[in-house]
Design a protein around this ligand. Structure first.
Ligand code: AMP
Length: 204
């Protein structure tokens, strides 16, 4: 099964993708995480992507299309994947269809996650993660049980994303509504789009 999670920054795509991954044995492919790994590794892609990501704009389509084409060809994606953060433009969506068709594969579900903008800004600007296990926390909604200590692994260092600032979130939302939301009619026409307004509390 191949699934896409579509939604603005802070909608909870990463959290839900991890849950679907665990429950269904699919692989989460998060392009934002791949780009941040490229930045940390100091690759050429990472060096070019960093200033673009820090400004809240989208990294060029060709870079992302090549990255995903390479990744879905790997054996661990054979049983299916959950795309989290890709496609983000109509061109990426069309390229994805072409690469899947070339492998006699297809998309099964596209899930749009809708959240009100004020809640998104609030969620994104307060979030932080454990640097060791990646568990996520929030300044107001989910502090670690023991201050400064990760609930999951006991680590004591946390990080915040460079682009999770009040300023950058505005550009990221503009990119979502201007460049990514136009993908929705594309999938609606194909009959594979479902919209979720709020996830049940138990799956949060
Ligand atoms: P995310 O972690 O999904 O919020 O992505 C963080 C940033 O990485 C975005 O604001 C973009 O700058 C870049 N990015 C991630 N995925 C894509 C994509 N599919 N196309 C273009 N840029 C992307």
């Amino acid at each position: 099964m191949n699934v896409i999670l579509l939604g603005p920054p802070g909608a909870g795509k990463g959290t839900q993708a991890k849950r679907i991954e665990e429950k269904n044995g699919l692989i989460q492919l998060a392009t934002g995480d791949m780009l941040r790994a490229a930045i940390a590794a100091g690759t050429e892609v990472g060096r070019k992507a960093k200033p673009i990501m820090d400004s809240g704009q989208l990294v060029p389509d060709d870079v992302l299309i090549a990255m995903i084409a390479e990744r879905i060809a790997e054996p661990d994606c054979r049983n299916g994947f959950i795309l989290d953060g890709f496609p983000r433009t109509v061109r990426q969506a069309e390229a994805l269809d072409a690469m899947l068709a070339a492998k006699q594969r297809k998309l099964d579900h596209v899930i749009e996650m809708k959240v009100d903008d004020v809640a998104l800004v609030d969620r994104v600007t307060g979030r932080f993660t454990c640097t060791r296990c990646g568990a996520s926390y929030h300044d107001r909604y989910k502090q670690p049980r023991v201050p400064g200590v990760c609930d999951v692994c006991g680590n004591q260092t946390f990080s915040r994303r460079a682009d999770d600032t009040a300023e950058t979130i505005k550009a990221r939302l503009a990119a979502y509504y201007g460049q990514t939301a136009p993908i929705l009619p594309y999938y609606r026409t194909k009959g594979i789009l479902q919209t979720v307004e709020e996830w049940p509390k138990s799956t949060r």
